[in-house]
Design a protein around this ligand. Structure first.
Ligand SMILES: Cc1ncc(COP(=O)(O)O)c(C=O)c1O
Length: 393
């Protein structure tokens, strides 16, 4: 399978991990060679309830036995997507009332950009330096790293950048700005939390000039930081909330949520202003609904902060210079890019799955399923510490 994978399936890097998956269950992924690997990554924050969660599986099976795709998004009323959007509305502030379901995070970002331009009649979108919002053209246009964007130019126009957590850039947001798009916690940049009321100040500036605040919660959302959505920690409410990844409990989904009045604008002038065939797919929506129910009906969200504490207590080592992030969205930094890579690869040999962050190459990503147990955290941290002990600088 390894060589077929490299030959027939298009690749994203010259050096994929090429881990041959046999099956996965709970917090573990089993290699074809029979070896069991503890998963500290959860499909890069996507498998919020671990692998094969019984509630998610039951919801998928029930829907598969009822109907699959029946119609493009937005025409027919189907139980699972309607209940999902309704439950989200009941859990979110009143101003976030209407949800548009799409197939991925990047599509949700594109939808949010379109909605912001449609609502304000303005074109300028402001994003943060070193942000990551996805790879479709809209989301890619919000990337400041020229080496990643240059080969694909031209991207969409009228994009400007501000520095995350840097107040002096707020003046850059003006009456020409349609929206400021920010990750609530910067992911690829190294799990950087907003400081000194930054998000609140951005929102206030947006209100002054009539721009919208779009928060990308594709990674922190759905309970990962100890609240259902990360913005709840920072005394701010976005005008458009973008979600994805963990929302689907391992199934592909994205969504953007706004007020009913704003969202209505996508349905007229032009009609079909934003359409998708598979967005709101009943099987995927059933999985997302079961995921949201499980996350909100159990103690998973509050447990996340206890589990963060356990990670911080256990991961004390001279080669860990800092632990960034919140809840189960953590990054352990080592003194060098080389050490980080050695640790990630060696841990995989030892049965612990870790991964990199996109732009902060000294960071070891730790984003396990929210369902991980304390014993599993101890087991994985013991492997990580053992590997760190073996690293010679
Ligand atoms: C913060 C953030 N925004 C957007 C995306 C894009 O989501 P997707 O890969 O589902 O298109 C990601 C994916 O890593 C992300 O972490």
């Amino acid at each position: 399978m390894k060589s077929d994978f490299l030959t027939y399936q298009a690749q994203t890097t010259p050096h994929p991990l090429n881990f041959e998956v046999a099956r996965a269950e709970g917090s573990y992924i089993y290699h074809k060679n029979g070896k069991k690997h503890l998963d500290f990554i959860a499909g890069v924050s996507a498998c919020s309830l671990g692998h094969q969660h019984p509630r998610v599986k039951a919801a998928i099976h029930k829907q598969v036995d009822t109907y699959l795709h029946v119609m493009v998004y937005g025409e027919y009323a189907q139980e699972a997507p309607v209940q999902l959007c309704k439950l989200l509305a009941s859990l979110l502030p009143d101003s976030l009332h209407s949800t548009y379901l799409v197939n991925s995070g990047t599509e949700a970002i594109d939808g949010a950009i379109k909605l912001a331009r449609r609502v304000t009649g303005r074109t300028e979108i402001i994003a943060a330096l070193d942000a990551y919002h996805g790879n479709s053209y809209g989301a890619l246009s919000l990337m400041s790293l020229e080496e990643r964007v240059a080969p694909f130019r031209p991207v969409i126009g009228d994009i400007a950048f501000i520095k995350f957590n840097c107040e002096k850039y707020l003046e850059r947001i003006t009456t020409k700005t349609a929206a400021v798009v920010l990750e609530t916690i910067q992911g690829g940049a190294g799990f950087i939390e907003p400081q000194r009321g930054f998000l609140k100040k951005v929102k206030e500036r947006c209100q002054e000039v009539g721009a919208l605040l779009v928060l990308d919660e594709i990674q922190p959302g759905f309970g990962r930081t100890g609240k259902l959505f990360g913005f709840e920690h920072y005394d701010v409410i976005p005008d458009i909330l973008v979600m994805g990844k963990g929302m689907g409990g391992g199934m592909p989904i994205g969504a953007f949520t706004a007020s009913y009045e704003h969202m209505q604008l996508l349905s007229d002038n032009p009609k079909l202003g934003h359409i998708t065939t598979f967005g709101g797919h009943p099987v995927i929506a059933a999985a997302a609904l079961a995921t949201l129910q499980e996350i909100t009906e159990t103690t998973l969200i509050e447990d996340t902060l206890k589990k963060e504490q356990l990670f911080r207590e256990l991961l004390i080592h001279p080669l860990i210079t800092e632990i960034r992030g919140k809840g189960l969205m953590l990054a352990a930094l080592t003194p060098s890019v080389d050490i980080t890579s050695q640790v990630i690869l060696k841990c995989q040999e030892e049965g612990l799955i870790l991964f990199w962050l996109l732009f902060e190459a000294r960071a070891i990503r730790i984003t396990p399923p929210l369902t991980i147990s304390e014993d599993e955290i101890r087991e994985g941290c013991a492997i990580l510490l053992k590997v760190l002990d073996q690293i010679s600088i």
